[in-house]
Design a protein around this ligand. Structure first.
Ligand SMILES: Cc1ncc(COP(=O)(O)O)c(C=O)c1O
Length: 405
C-alpha cells in the first residue's frame, strides 16, 4: 500500500513480545497437517477432546431461546454465582457474585489484571518459567516483569528466598500459574504459604493463574487467595478452557475483592462489552457438571501422561520431568549436545514431530522441550518412537536417558 508510514503507539511494540520464534515450528506443523502431511503436533495445549454434550446442548437451547443480544457486562448473575460457588468448593475462600467478573478466557483476565493493578515503573515478579503471554501482558500496561528463577537443582520448584531477594521499592505484584505451564509443577502448601508471606510483607498484589487446577494428578491444587490476608490482595484467574475442553468458547473469570471487580467491569465495558449470553448459559451448565467432567478429563490426561512417560523412558539424551498436573511434559535435551531450539527444529524436519522449545517460557527452561499430551495414546506412542529414532541419530555415546525431578 502506498502512502506515509503511519505511526503506532509504543504499546504495539510492547505487545510484540519475545519467544515468537518458538511458535514457528508449531505454525508450520499445523499448516502441514492441514495439507494432509504426516506430522504429529505436540506443541499446543488445546485438548483434542470435544466439549461435553450437555454444555453444547445448553448453548444451542439458549440460542434457540433467543439469547442473542447484549448481556450483563460483568457477567450474568447466575454464572457469577456459579463461578463463586465453584471457586469456594475447590479450595477458594467464600466468594460471592460481587467478587466475580466474567471475561473472555483466563488470558483476558490476566490482561485486565495487568491493566488494573500495575502502571509504568512498577515491577511484577514472575516465577520463571512462565506461560508465554505473561511478558507481553505485563508490559502492555507498562509494568516491568522481573523473572525469578526456580530453585536450583532441577524440578522447577519455586524459590521463595529468591522471590524475597527480588523485591524492590518498585515491586507491586507477583504473578504465577499453579499448576504451571510448561512445567506441570503444582505449588505446595509450604511454597504457597511462603509466597503469601512475602506478598503480605511487601504489600503487593498476587495474580494467580489456575487454569489447570482441575487437572492435578498426584498433587493437590491449592488457592493462595484462601490463605490468611490474601483474599484482599489476590486476583484468581481461571476458565473452562482446559477443565472442560472449551478453549474456543473463551469463557473465563477473575475473582478478587469487590473494588477490583467494579474496576474490572468498567474495563470489560471497554474491551469486551460482555460475553455472548448463550455462552454464559452454557457456562452455568458446565459448572453444574464440573466435578464429573473434570474427573473424566483427569482420567484421560493421566492415562496419556503415563503412556508418554513410559514411552519416553530410556530414550538416550532425554531427561524427562514427570508433571504433577496439566497436559505437558518437559524434557531436558541438553545431553544431546543440541540447543532446545535446534532440537525442536531438527526433530520436526527429520521426524515430523512438532514440540516447543521451552526456552520460550523463560531462561530457566533453556535446554528443555515441551511436549503436550493432547492426542490419543497411539499418536503419543508414535511420537515417542520418532523421538527415539531422532535421539538415536544424535546419541553416539550418549548414556541412557531417564527422568529427573
Ligand atoms: C498457564 C495458562 N494461563 C492461561 C492460558 C489461557 O487460557 P484461556 O484459554 O482461558 O485464555 C493458558 C493457555 O494455554 C495457560 O496455559
Amino acid at each position: 500500500m502506498k502512502g506515509v508510514a503511519m505511526q503506532y503507539s509504543p504499546l504495539a511494540d510492547r505487545l510484540a513480545g519475545e519467544g515468537a520464534a518458538a511458535w514457528d515450528i508449531h505454525f508450520r506443523a499445523v499448516a502441514a497437517q492441514a495439507r494432509g502431511e504426516d506430522v504429529i503436533v505436540l506443541s499446543v495445549g488445546d485438548p483434542d477432546l470435544c466439549t461435553p454434550t450437555a454444555v453444547i446442548e445448553s448453548a444451542v437451547a439458549a440460542l434457540r431461546a433467543g439469547q442473542t443480544h447484549y448481556s450483563a457486562i460483568i457477567g450474568e448473575a447466575p454464572l457469577r454465582a456459579a463461578i463463586a460457588a465453584h471457586f469456594q468448593s475447590h479450595g477458594g475462600w467464600p466468594a460471592g457474585p460481587d467478587n466475580v467478573c466474567v471475561v473472555a478466557g483466563a488470558q483476558n483476565g490476566l490482561f485486565c489484571a495487568s491493566m488494573l493493578l500495575f502502571q509504568p515503573g512498577d515491577q511484577v515478579l514472575v516465577l520463571d518459567p512462565c506461560y508465554v503471554t505473561y511478558e507481553a501482558t505485563l508490559r502492555a500496561g507498562g509494568a516491568e516483569p522481573v523473572r525469578v528463577p526456580p530453585r536450583p537443582g532441577g524440578g522447577f520448584r519455586p524459590n521463595p528466598e529468591a522471590v524475597r531477594a527480588a523485591i524492590t521499592p518498585r515491586t507491586r505484584g507477583l504473578m504465577f500459574a499453579t499448576p504451571n505451564n510448561p512445567t506441570g509443577v503444582v505449588l505446595s502448601a509450604d511454597e504457597l504459604a511462603a509466597l503469601a508471606e512475602i506478598a503480605r510483607e511487601a504489600d503487593v498484589w498476587v495474580v494467580s493463574d489456575e487454569v489447570y487446577a482441575s487437572l492435578c494428578f498426584e498433587a493437590e491444587h491449592r488457592c493462595i487467595a484462601a490463605l490468611p490476608g490474601m483474599a484482599e490482595r489476590t486476583v484468581t484467574v481461571s476458565s473452562l478452557s482446559k477443565s472442560h475442553a472449551m478453549t474456543g468458547w473463551r469463557l473465563g473469570w477473575m475473582i478478587g475483592p469487590p473494588g477490583l471487580i467494579a474496576h474490572a467491569a468498567n474495563l470489560a465495558l471497554c474491551v469486551l462489552y460482555g460475553l455472548p449470553p448463550f455462552i454464559q448459559t452454557a457456562g452455568v451448565t458446565a459448572l453444574a457438571e464440573a466435578d464429573a467432567i473434570a474427573a473424566d478429563m483427569r482420567t484421560v490426561f493421566r492415562r496419556r501422561r503415563d503412556r508418554l512417560l513410559g514411552d519416553l523412558d530410556g530414550i538416550p539424551g532425554l531427561r524427562v520431568l514427570p508433571p504433577e498436573a496439566g497436559m505437558f511434559v518437559m524434557a531436558d535435551v541438553s545431553d544431546t549436545g543440541l540447543s532446545s531450539a535446534a532440537f525442536a527444529r531438527s526433530l520436526y524436519q527429520e521426524q515430523g514431530v512438532a514440540v516447543l522449545d521451552a526456552s520460550a517460557f523463560g531462561a530457566s527452561a533453556a535446554g528443555h522441550i515441551r511436549l503436550s499430551y493432547v492426542l490419543a495414546e497411539d499418536h503419543l506412542s508414535e511420537a515417542a518412537r520418532r523421538l527415539a529414532a531422532f535421539c538415536r541419530t544424535r546419541a553416539g555415546g550418549l548414556a541412557q536417558g531417564g527422568r529427573h525431578g
